[in-house]
Ligand binder design. Structure first.
Ligand SMILES: CC(C)[C@H](C(=O)O)[C@@H](O)C(=O)O
Ligand code: SF4
Length: 464
């Protein structure tokens, strides 16, 4: 019977099949961990006298609580004692259990969803979990990858499997030609605006069509990253030659690479396979997007008018954002710009930001920070001289980490400030109490930095 990509990967990992009374037991190939959601799980393990079942299938980094500025004396100013403790605990726990860890000295440290793929730990056909909702990112390689809670982190540490009911499948097909200036971030924001923040709930998404086939791995990761913002725990793209070229030569790439690629190529959805739901969009209809509300589904083309609130919740969101239905977002004064996060802090994002900032100056009243997603991204960007272009514009070039995406490390906005951010969540207060977040692509964020107001990057003239 013709099968989908999801079905094929799922079937390879079922240890005990699902029944009406019981979810399936699913074997997990890769468990990524970070400092926020792992300490309690290790404590439970210790209390119960259990060992980590597969330290060799577990990989750790520090990202959420890590400062992005270094003191003059080389020390790292944690925002709170608690933040420093989380990092220390992660390092102590992983050392005790023999888990490969990318801490401060590692040239591979980074936001967990940037680091895993860079190391080639993320591979097609795998099941991948992490105590982090944006684990969906790894689906860009044709893996079933989803976030789990801290209790489940403990289970996976102890037995390398989880209990799960099989989700339904949804194909999201985007075919045609994207207009100039439309980025992968715009594509995923347009999808979420169309299906809604609950549209993917209960489904595993598969992004299909020539738009995704032609996308780079960086772009595919941006798309899959935000699957969770549409309510889907995972989103996938069939592995192809783009995937194989990306992974070749990376640390964890399989030794017999040709055989691996042959197997991976067989994972693509078969002709004639059926999805429980199919959503189609025309690439030509997608424009650069921004959000105007307090969830990622409240997104619109940057040159559109903010919709009139349809209910009290929407009215409250517009009120929080201090925007008015029927008016434009372009022209709104911006206080901060954040270019970073597991959505948009890979090398192509750094290049896109630098491309807009080159030869231009960040507006006097704007604080702009560019935070590479990993040490590797930082190294690569610096080798290309992107940091010089970025700093010459007046934007700051920081150390890798989650930074202002979630504001757990001290990087945050003040109450009322408007932030144009390349991250994935614009929830009220996420970037600081009272802070207002507008989600956009690196190009749009950089354009806001130089113009000092929300700006359609397509309207910028040539740089001076
Ligand atoms: C801290 C972590 C559990 C959280 C997540 O699950 O995604 C964070 O990464 C986020 O982006 O909100
Ligand atoms: S960058 Fe943001 S979304 Fe990604 S893992 Fe960190 S806090 Fe979560």
């Amino acid at each position: 019977m013709a099968q989908t990509l999801f079905d094929k990967v799922w079937n390879r990992h079922v240890v005990v099949p699902e029944t009406d009374a019981h979810p399936a037991t699913l074997y997990i190939d890769l468990h990524l961990i970070h400092e926020v959601t792992s300490p309690q799980a290790f404590t439970v393990l210790r209390e119960r006298g259990l060992k980590v079942r597969r330290p060799d299938r577990t990989l750790a980094t520090i990202d959420h609580s890590t400062p992005t500025l270094i003191n003059a004396d080389g020390s790292r100013p944690y925002v709170t004692e608690q933040a420093g403790k989380q990092v220390e605990m992660l390092l102590a726990n992983t050392a005790e259990h023999g888990i490969e860890t990318h801490g401060w000295e590692s040239a591979n440290r980074g936001v967990v969803h940037v680091m895993g793929p860079e190391l080639g730990a993320t591979q097609p056909g795998m099941t991948i979990v992490c105590g982090d909702s944006h684990t969906s990112t790894h689906g860009a390689f044709g893996a079933i990858a989803f976030g789990i809670g801290t209790t489940q982190v403990g289970h996976v540490l102890a037995n390398q499997s989880i209990l799960m009911r099989k989700p339904k499948t949804m194909a999201i097909e985007v075919n045609g030609e994207l207009q100039a200036g439309v980025t992968p971030k715009d594509v995923i924001l347009a999808i979420i605006a169309k299906i809604g923040v609950g549209g993917g709930t209960g489904y595993a998404l598969e992004y299909r069509g020539n738009v995704f086939e032609e996308m780079s791995m960086d772009g595919r990761m941006t798309v899959c990253n935000m699957s969770i913002e549409a309510g889907a725990r995972c989103g996938m793209i069939a592995p192809d030659v783009t995937t194989f070229n990306y992974l070749e030569g990376r640390k964890f790439a399989p030794a017999d690479y040709d055989a691996a690629c042959e197997d991976w190529a067989s994972l693509a959805t078969d002709d004639g396979a059926t999805f429980d739901k199919v959503v189609t969009m025309r690439a030509e209809d997608i424009r650069p997007m921004i959000t105007y509300g307090t969830h990622p589904g409240m997104a619109m083309p940057i040159d559109a008018l903010v919709p009139i609130a349809a209910d009290e919740t929407e009215a409250a969101a517009l009120n929080y954002m201090q925007v008015t239905g029927g008016e434009r977002m372009t022209g709104l004064r911006v206080d901060r710009v954040f270019i970073g996060s597991c959505t948009n802090a890979r090398i192509e994002d750094m290049r896109a930001a630098a491309g807009v900032l080159a030869g231009r100056k960040v507006a006097d009243h704007v604080t702009a920070i560019v935070v590479p997603g990993s040490e590797q991204v930082k190294i690569e960007a610096e080798a290309e001289g992107l940091h010089e272009v970025i700093m010459a514009s007046g934007a700051e070039w920081r150390e890798p980490g989650c930074s202002m995406c979630i504001a757990m490390n001290g990087d945050k906005a003040a109450p009322g400030e408007l932030v144009v951010s390349t991250s994935n969540r614009n929830f009220a207060g996420r970037q600081g109490p009272g802070a207002r977040t507008v989600l956009a692509s690196p190009e749009t964020a950089a354009a806001a930095a130089v113009m000092g107001v929300i700006t359609d990057a397509r309207t910028l003239g040539a740089a001076a």
